[in-house]
Write a protein that binds this ligand. Structure first.
Ligand code: GRF
Length: 197
C-alpha cells in the first residue's frame, strides 16, 4: 500500500517538484495533496500539472481546517517544503512524529524564528563557516528544533553570495528530501537516514 504524502508550500515549490518527480510509478510513497497559504504559490501549479489535488487554506491558522483537509485524503505524512507560516499547534499534536520540514542550513545552527530564505544564507556567510547544507527534521512546537533526520553538506566557497550558496544548498535539498520520504515510506514512519546515505 502506498504511503500518502501531503506537501505544504508557500512559494515556487521546487522541492515539491523533486518529490513529484521521484515518487512516481512503483515508488512506495506518493504525493496525494498539496496545500498552500497562498493562491499564487508556484507549487500549486506544479501539483496541478502532475494531476495532484492542490488546495488553498481559507484560514491557515485554523487547525480544524488542516485536519479536515488532511483527513479527507488519508494522509500519512505531511512535508513542509518552503511553507512559511506556522503550522497550528493542534495539527502538530495530531500529526506528531509525522511532519517533516526541510531547512536550508545545518541545524541547530542558523535556524529559529525569522531564519528563512535569504537571511539564512546571509547568516551562514557572515559566520565564516566552511560548510552549509540542508537539514530535514521533524516538526514540533518550536521552530527548527525537532529531531534531525538527515543532513547533507556543501562547501561555502570564496566569493559566494547568498544567492549562489542558496542554489548549491537547494540542489542538495532536491536529492535529500525524497530520500527521507522514501525511507519513511519503507519504515511506515519517519526515520533518521543512516550517515552517508
Ligand atoms: C528551500 O530552500 C527550503 O529549504 C526552505 O524554503 C525553500 C523552498 O524552496 N524551507 P522551494 O519552494 O521548494 O523551491
Amino acid at each position: 500500500m502506498s504511503y500518502r504524502v501531503a506537501v505544504c508550500v508557500s512559494g515556487s515549490g521546487s522541492n515539491l517538484q523533486a518529490l513529484l518527480d521521484r515518487l512516481q510509478g512503483a515508488a512506495p510513497a506518493r504525493v496525494v495533496l498539496v496545500l498552500s497559504n497562498r493562491a499564487d504559490a508556484g507549487g500549486l501549479e506544479r501539483a496541478r500539472a502532475a494531476g495532484v489535488p492542490a488546495e488553498v487554506f481559507s484560514d491557515p491558522s485554523d487547525a480544524s481546517e488542516w485536519i479536515t483537509r488532511l483527513g479527507r485524503r488519508d494522509v500519512d505524512l505531511l512535508v513542509l517544503a518552503g511553507y512559511l507560516k506556522l503550522v497550528p499547534p493542534g495539527v502538530v499534536q495530531k500529526y506528531a512524529g509525522r511532519i517533516l520540514n526541510v531547512h536550508p542550513a545545518l541545524l541547530p545552527d542558523f535556524g529559529g524564528p525569522g531564519m528563512y530564505g535569504k537571511r539564512v544564507h546571509q547568516a551562514v556567510l557572515a559566520s565564516g563557516t566552511a560548510e552549509s547544507g540542508p537539514t530535514v527534521h521533524l516538526v514540533d512546537e518550536e521552530y527548527d528544533r525537532g529531531a534531525i533526520l538527515a543532513q547533507r553538506r556543501v562547501p561555502v566557497l570564496g566569493g559566494d553570495t547568498p544567492e549562489l550558496l542558496a542554489a548549491r544548498v537547494l540542489a542538495e535539498e532536491h536529492r535529500l528530501l525524497p530520500e527521507v520520504v522514501l525511507a519513511a515510506a519503507q519504515a511506515g514512519h519517519p526515520v533518521p537516514l543512516p550517515p552517508g546515505a
